[in-house]
Design a protein around this ligand. Structure first.
Ligand code: GMT
Length: 388
């Protein structure tokens, strides 16, 4: 199949899913092109996946350019030049609209459109009255839709008021299980020392995000401070950057724990930091899935997370991690203490976390599901052409 893949080039889950999927489909023999303003910073596309840059020229009359239109133009261009079968866009706003426009430009012989919704494109920004109707139209007009969790399928159905007969495929996010093998204790201790400044026996907590408000990074700091206050000599790795980074850091200073925190800023290779960690903290007020938590689990790092959105579809409570109510600092602190204070329990959780990720979330399972969705879409198209 010939596939054009699009995502924002963000430090975020949707970009990571799009780039990993492009790479995996390429390895399976499909011809894939990546169409975006930049390659996602966390990935290097193989040379067999051409990158088609979307330029968005501005003009003195209107200032910034029109990304939605420029992307449609580029998608149509790429599809025309390379006989693309499927345009697969990640994050619906505005990508579903651009893909719809490109499809209309190319007519009935043109590509089919697949839209993967990821989270706030449904629940927040996509639900804004200023965008909602156009976005709903484009999501409905797509040839197939997917989401990473049952939670988001329900949310999308409600927000966009999708009729019953409109299918949404639930295709969970995935990790490269071969690349994420847990390290032994000695290697973990070495990474903890080098990357988190941890002394022998000192435990390392870790948070990875793009520090958007929805992640509630200051809550990570609150939990960490409470854990230390109760006598647990731990360190904290804060990996990533974004709007609430400085607020989280200021809070760490105010609570007197900043000297025990390593702030890495944005990094391409999150993996090294996971290998230095004993526990992963996810404090989000909303997550359709929580890819960062899955990466931790696959690396053998148990997760303590807020029980929101689709997180419980990823973290198995009391087996691979502990789920606590949103914003409940005391409950999260106790959950952290429970796992930090019991090495055997933490080791059991770590082993279960890796096993569960291998069983449910490895890349080949998901690539097969995406391929099946594409094939269904193309079969439908052939069927319709035949019926005419
Ligand atoms: O929807 C977003 O907020 C952005 C998006 C991203 O690009 O990071 O995050 C969402 O998609 C990820 C990949 O499917 C999921 O793992 C995240 O849970 C989800 N974020 C939210 O729902 C807040």
């Amino acid at each position: 199949m010939r596939i054009a893949m699009t995502s924002y080039p963000s430090f975020g889950g949707s970009a990571s899913v799009a780039a990993s999927l492009a790479e995996a489909l390429d390895a399976r023999g499909h011809r894939v092109r990546f169409v975006a303003t930049e390659v996602p910073p966390t990935h290097r596309l193989p040379s067999s996946v051409p990158f088609d840059r979307v330029d968005v020229p501005g003009y003195s009359l209107f200032g910034d350019g029109f990304y939605t239109v420029a992307l449609a133009d580029k998608l149509a261009d790429v599809a025309r030049a390379d006989g693309i079968d499927i345009i697969h866009v990640h994050y619906a706003l505005p990508h579903a609209v651009s893909a719809y426009l490109a499809k209309q430009m190319l007519g009935p012989a043109g590509p089919s459109v697949v839209v993967t919704m990821h989270g706030t494109d449904v629940t927040r920004i996509g639900a804004e009255p200023a965008y909602r109707d156009a976005l709903r139209f484009a999501v409905l007009a797509a040839d197939a839709r997917s989401v990473p969790s049952h939670y988001l399928a329900g949310a999308a159905r409600r927000r966009f008021d999708l009729p019953r007969e409109v299918d949404i495929d639930v295709i969970a996010n995935f990790v490269d299980c071969e690349a994420l093998q847990p390290k032994d204790d000695a290697e973990r201790a070495r990474s903890a020392r080098e990357l988190a400044g941890a002394a022998r026996g000192q435990r390392v907590l870790c948070h990875v995000s793009n520090f958007r408000r929805v992640k509630r990074a200051p809550d990570v700091v609150r939990v960490f401070a409470a854990v230390r206050q109760r006598g647990r000599d731990a360190r904290l790795l804060m990996v990533g950057d974004g709007p609430e980074h400085d607020a989280a850091r200021t809070l760490a200073r105010e609570l007197g724990v900043d000297e025990h925190v390593t702030w890495t800023g944005s990094v391409g290779d999150v993996q090294r930091y996971l290998y230095a960690s004993d526990l992963f903290l996810l404090t989000s007020e909303e997550e359709s899935f929580g890819l960062a938590a899955l990466e931790a689990l696959a690396s053998g790092v148990p997760v303590v997370a807020t029980d929101v959105g689709g997180v419980s579809e990823v973290v198995a409570h009391d087996k691979t991690g502990l789920l606590v109510p949103l914003g409940d600092i005391e409950a999260m602190t106790r959950a952290v203490e429970r796992l930090l204070g019991d090495d055997a329990k933490r080791a059991n959780f770590a082993a279960a976390a890796h096993r569960d990720a291998e069983r449910r979330f490895c890349l080949p399972l998901r690539v097969a599901e995406y391929e099946a969705m594409y094939e269904r879409v193309l079969a439908g198209k052939r069927h319709r052409a035949h019926a005419l």
